[in-house]
Structures are given as C-alpha cells and as structure tokens.
Write a protein that binds this ligand. Sequence first.
Ligand SMILES: C[S@@+](CC[C@H](N)C(=O)[O-])C[C@H]1O[C@@H](n2cnc3c(N)ncnc32)[C@H](O)[C@@H]1O
Length: 202
Amino acid sequence: MDNKLYISQLRDYAQKEYIPIIRADSERFMDVLMNIHKPLRILEIGTAIGYSSICMAMALQQRVDDFHIDTIEIDPEMVIAARKNIENCGFSHNIRVICGDCLEVLPALTARYDFVFMDAAKGQYSRIYEDCLRLLRTDGILLCDNCTYHGKLDVNPAQAPHKHRTIIANMQEFHRIILNDDRLSAVLLEVGDGMILASKKR
Ligand SMILES: C[S@@+](CC[C@H](N)C(=O)[O-])C[C@H]1O[C@@H](n2cnc3c(N)ncnc32)[C@H](O)[C@@H]1O
C-alpha cells in the first residue's frame, strides 16, 4: 500500500481509538520545517503509534539521501504498534523506537540531533528540557507540541479545575523557562494545540 494512503488510514485509526497524534495543521507545519531545515538526525519524545515519525520520514525521504530518527515511547503496546507501522511503511532502517521513560532514556543519550520534537507528557516538558537542549546541535530546531493545553493556559492554576491544575502550572513554568532562555530564539505559535518553535543559538 502507498504510504500516503497508509498514514491517512492510520490517522483515522488513531481518531477511532482515541490515540493522541499530531493535529493535521501541526503535521503540515512540521512538513514545512522538514523542507526548510532538512534535518538528518531527529529525536522525538512521544512516539505513540509512530504516526509523526512516519510523517517526518516521508517528508525527508524526498529531500535528503539519508536520515535517522530516534523516537522514545514509554508504553510497550504503543512501541509494538509503532514498530509494525514503521516497518509497513519501509522505514525500519531509518527509525529506531526506544522503549522507555524519557526521564531515564534522555540522560543516557549522547549523540547530537538537528531537530528535536517534544511530544510526550505535557507536565514533564520542564523536566526534560535541559536534556533536549544538550542533545540539540547549535542552529538545531526544537519543536514542542501541545503547548497551549487546549486553550486552558490563560488562567491562574489555583482557579482551574483540580484535575488540570498541576499540568497548567507545569506548562506555564515551561513557557517561562523556554521563552526567556538566552540560549535559544523561541516563539509560541498558534498551530494545532499551540507549538513552541525554538532554535539553538551559537
Ligand atoms: C501525544 S502522544 C505522541 C504522538 C506522536 N508524536 C504523533 O504525533 O504521532 C504522546 C505519547 O507520549 C508517551 N509518553 C508519555 N509519557 C512518556 C514518557 N515519560 N516517556 C516516553 N513516552 C511518554 C505516551 O505514551 C504517548 O504515546
């Protein structure tokens, strides 16, 4: 089956099974970034069923000779599904799915990446931020998804429903950290559920 048809069916499947994958406009934005930046080495945090990894691979396949994606996923069942989808699309040699908690996996990584896509648990972004920055090469791009938390961020966490409080406070802290970090140029974009795009300065 043609990969375009495969991922279109994968998007339908994710929707039906309530598996959170990148939104359609965020996918288009990422495609633009792949075209402009042409990263050869990508790190993704949060694989789910491999949808966004496959999208990046499809974009790069047309633009560069060789590329590699490392993607980290904590849920073993997702890892199995992702590996199967990646294999079905013919990208097993380009994409490595690492099964584990990013809080443990990231500190052990040493290679540098041209592009880091943060798309795992929103409440943990501040905790994995320093490792992501360390692993990103100078001039590399850091893209963070779900940064506006469905529009719920413009509130005082104390006044938010209890179940959202911690995540809102954590995401607000992440905004303060990344948008004020002199080591990066960073901007919050109204794409998808809010994406922060940053590049690492010299
Ligand atoms: C939004 S989904 C990723 C979607 C995927 N990037 C896509 O667009 O196709 C987030 C994923 O992060 C995983 N995750 C959550 N906490 C994690 C952690 N601490 N380490 C690694 N993966 C984690 C979840 O199991 C979930 O599959």
